[in-house]
Design a protein around this ligand. Structure first.
Ligand SMILES: [Mg+2]
Length: 214
């Protein structure tokens, strides 16, 4: 294997941190206060757009003329450091993996940098590929995967993807990547290795004979 792609939210930190609930509230507020969607319709619309497009933002862009940059800035305007703290053990674990690493996220670069900084993971990843990489098309659409592989110059079959969302691993698997699912979730055929938390990543990589240095 030549490269590892890591999802960010709920992968590099536990969903128990409930960081996403802060973003969630910002999305609802944006839809109501900025776009003018009645509060009673916000939940149904979010669910519909999420199912149809993978992220709420695509629905808001297509059906409400929302500016994606304004949206990304607004919904990620949260106090990351209130929920996340430096994880020095994870930093050491990731640093010991002898492969280049990148973040591949449906969020924004600014948000990713704040999260990595709060977790004490600055400098661990060579690149951050965000929702902008394929014109705001999110995982699990294949376009951002192709764009990322293009940028890193690695064949899908030489790449491992680490994620908490099974549907995002499905695309990875279809493209030929190795897949690691992180979290307390049911087993699934698109998953090569299933771990409960990111701290177990070194053991998971034994599946491809990638040895951690520690
Ligand atoms: Mg995630």
């Amino acid at each position: 294997m030549d490269y590892i792609l890591f999802d960010l939210d709920n992968t590099l930190y536990s969903p128990d941190r409930e960081l996403f609930s802060l973003i969630d509230r910002r999305i609802n507020r944006y839809m109501n206060e900025v776009v003018g969607i009645p509060l009673t319709e916000v939940d149904t619309l979010r669910r519909a757009y999420w199912h149809r497009y993978g992220v709420t933002m695509q629905g808001l862009m297509r059906h409400h003329g929302v500016n994606p940059e304004e949206y990304l800035g607004y919904v990620h305007d949260i106090d990351v450091s209130s929920r996340l703290h430096p994880d020095l053990e994870l930093r050491a674990t990731l640093a010991a993996i002898p492969l280049p690493k990148a973040v591949f996220t449906n969020s924004s670069r600014d948000h990713s940098e704040r999260v990595l900084s709060a977790l004490g993971l600055n400098g661990v990843f060579e690149e951050i590929f965000d929702i902008r990489i394929a014109n705001y098309l999110p995982k699990p659409s294949p376009e951002p995967y192709h764009a990322v592989l293009d940028r890193i110059g690695v064949a899908a079959s030489r790449c491992i993807m680490v994620e908490d969302a099974v549907e995002n691993l499905r695309t990875a698997k279809e493209l030929g990547m190795g897949t690691i699912l992180v979290g307390d979730l049911p087993a699934s055929p698109q998953v090569d290795v299933h771990i409960q938390s990111i701290g177990e990543i070194s053991a998971a990589l034994n599946h491809w004979a990638v040895q951690g240095a520690s």
